[in-house]
Write a protein that binds this ligand. Structure first.
Ligand code: CAA
Length: 379
């Protein structure tokens, strides 16, 4: 087994590390405090090719692989998890299904603007009554001549208020259950498509999380991805890739918690010596470091399988499940190591803990990941 990164993978990692350190880390606290969408740095990430990392160059992307994507996303998320999720949704949940399921014409029209970073994409699967039970779609699509008429609402949509293009799942016939679900690309500005509400969040506060509504929204039939009834398969296959992104984001958050804890433990003196001299602190640091390495290996393994065109459903869920739980544990330990200062908003430890929590929830809760892994083992 080869653990050596290629020249290109090292370059992506290094470019992301430098950009994130110079441009993203300095604004992370402000982005969090003001819950401010970081448009300027996201625009620059686009210029670097990071908003369409694994999209072929012909379609506006950087033409790299999923390992490059995971490495870059870890670096960006280490600096700021809000930037991480914005990048992840654009790459994994919007661009990837267009690469896989779009026609040449759809790719030219609907992928190029987003993969090149000039515009933004989002993914509209969750609904008030379709969270973990994603097949229970209540948004309807009715065919009328050369278009589909969409009615319904979507919630918790990352990038929802910023996106110019949305992949929207809707059913043409609820009696068909998941086999009635279709995937459409809806362009911002289409009459009947509106941002109804913006959520206030515990973490990743710089990213946007919106409720979107569709009222007699007429979507051209040429914006249907694949065929009628294939939407649920598209959604789950897309999440197989998306979960690699969230795993990488979680590794980045966990690393941020560890690195801040290391610095602090070396300089904070109590009982006449740095707290890092105590085994109680050392053991926490050791566990954090070991778990982060294990989470990264699971993440890169899933990315490698994806790059090889192999089924990676189980491996993506394992990576996402483990990395998100590692991030949460690292976040909590970080606050503990910072002691009273860890609880204060002036220090970053609390942000890592708050940002980590969502990685155990979105793109499938930890419970859903365990279902997916068990299903794969038992099938
Ligand atoms: N790839 C392709 N097809 C798949 C698949 C996969 N990974 N997994 C299952 N399928 C197919 C099955 O083969 C089956 O097809 P047929 O019946 O035609 O043969 C079909 O999908 C249904 O499969 P299941 O019966 O297993 O589906 P289910 O309804 O029991 O659901 C589930 C399974 C794992 C719980 C799934 O609903 C799930 O992953 N839920 C969580 C949803 C989720 O992650 N939501 C996150 C929203 S996006 C988000 O958070 C983004 C953001 O903004 C950050």
């Amino acid at each position: 087994m080869d653990f050596e990164l290629t020249e290109e993978q090292r370059m992506f990692q290094e470019t992301a590390r430098q950009f994130a350190g110079k441009e993203i880390a300095p604004i992370a606290e402000k982005v969090d405090e003001l819950a401010e969408f970081p448009r300027e740095t996201i625009r620059k990430l686009g210029e670097l090719g990071f908003m369409g990392v694994a999209v072929p160059q012909d379609y506006g992307g950087a033409g790299a692989d999923s390992v490059c994507y995971a490495l870059a996303l870890e670096e960006v998320s280490r600096a700021c998890a809000s930037h991480g999720v914005i990048m992840s949704v654009n790459n994994s949940l919007y661009c990837d299904p267009l690469v896989k399921f779009g026609t040449q014409e759809q790719k030219r029209r609907l992928l190029v603007p987003v993969a090149s970073g000039k515009h933004m994409g989002c993914f509209c699967l969750s609904e008030p009554n379709a969270g973990s039970d994603a097949a229970n779609q209540e948004t309807t699509a009715r065919r009328e001549e050369d278009c589909y008429v969409l009615n319904g609402s979507k919630n918790f949509i990352t990038n929802g208020s910023e996106a110019d293009y949305a992949i929207v799942f809707a059913t043409v016939n609820k009696d068909l259950k998941h086999r009635g679900i279709c995937a459409f690309v809806v362009e911002r500005g289409t009459p009947g498509f509106a941002v109804a509400h913006l959520e206030k969040k515990l973490g990743i506060r710089g990213s946007s999380c919106a409720q979107l509504t569709f009222e007699n929204c007429r979507v051209p039939a040429e914006n249907l991805l694949a065929k009628e009834g294939e939407g649920f398969r598209i959604a789950l296959a897309t999440l197989d890739g998306g979960r690699i992104g969230i795993a990488a984001q979680a590794v980045g958050i966990a690393r941020a918690a560890l690195e801040a804890s290391l610095d602090y433990a070396k300089q904070r003196v109590q009982f006449g010596k740095p707290i890092a001299a105590n085994q109680a602190i050392q053991f926490m640091l050791a566990d954090m470091a070991m778990e982060i390495d294990a989470a990264r290996l699971l993440t890169l393994n899933a990315a490698l399988l994806k790059d090889r065109g192999l089924r990676h459903t189980k491996e993506s869920s394992m990576a996402k499940l483990y990395a998100s739980e590692v991030a949460m544990r690292a976040g909590i330990k970080g606050v503990q190591i910072f002691g009273g200062y860890g609880y204060m908003m002036d220090y970053p430890a609390q942000r890592f803990m708050r940002d980590a929590k969502i990685t155990e929830i979105y793109e499938g809760t930890s419970e859903v990941q365990r279902m997916v892994i068990a299903n794969a083992l038992l099938s």
